[in-house]
Design a protein around this ligand. Structure first.
Ligand SMILES: [Zn+2]
Length: 144
């Protein structure tokens, strides 16, 4: 799959459902999210009959649940009928084409580049980068 095709799928999802939130998108697309203890596995996508499912490790923190859901949503949208590998520490850096596509999907779904560069002039971008780096909320920018 060419990346511009992935871009247009992301664009269609965002304009149809008016959100970049992978949890909301999964729900809108009738994809069931199941949280369970998966041990070392972050998550995986599968399909039983016509039902699409995303399995997420309940032990992950909220941020990693979101990233994993976005990655698996990528499979559900881009590779609905393929047997995709389970996501883990080792497969998240996989060079497999479908894995790279799912990571590309997740990154460009979550990040709203245009909005970010529109709202942040260079100085703000640096400030927010600094706050994020130290895990401080963005409204602390006024104290720097
Ligand atoms: Zn994957």
């Amino acid at each position: 799959m060419e990346l511009p095709i992935v871009d247009s799928k992301i664009h269609d999802l965002i304009s149809n459902y008016e959100t970049r939130d992978p949890f909301h998108l999964a729900k809108s697309l009738n994809i069931i999210i199941i949280e369970e203890d998966l041990g070392e596995i972050y998550g995986y996508y599968n399909r039983a009959n016509r039902i699409k499912m995303i399995h997420i490790n309940s032990k992950l923190d909220e941020l990693n649940k979101r990233t994993t859901t976005a990655h698996e949503l990528g499979h559900a949208v881009l590779h609905p009928d393929e047997n995709t590998p389970m996501l883990s520490k080792s497969t998240i850096v996989s060079e497999l084409k479908i894995e790279k596509e799912a990571n590309y999907f997740a990154t460009n779904l979550i990040i709203d580049k245009e909005k970010y560069f529109e709202e942040c002039n260079y100085e703000n971008a640096r400030t927010y980068g600094l706050l994020n780096h130290y895990g401080l909320p963005e409204h602390f920018a006024r104290y720097i």
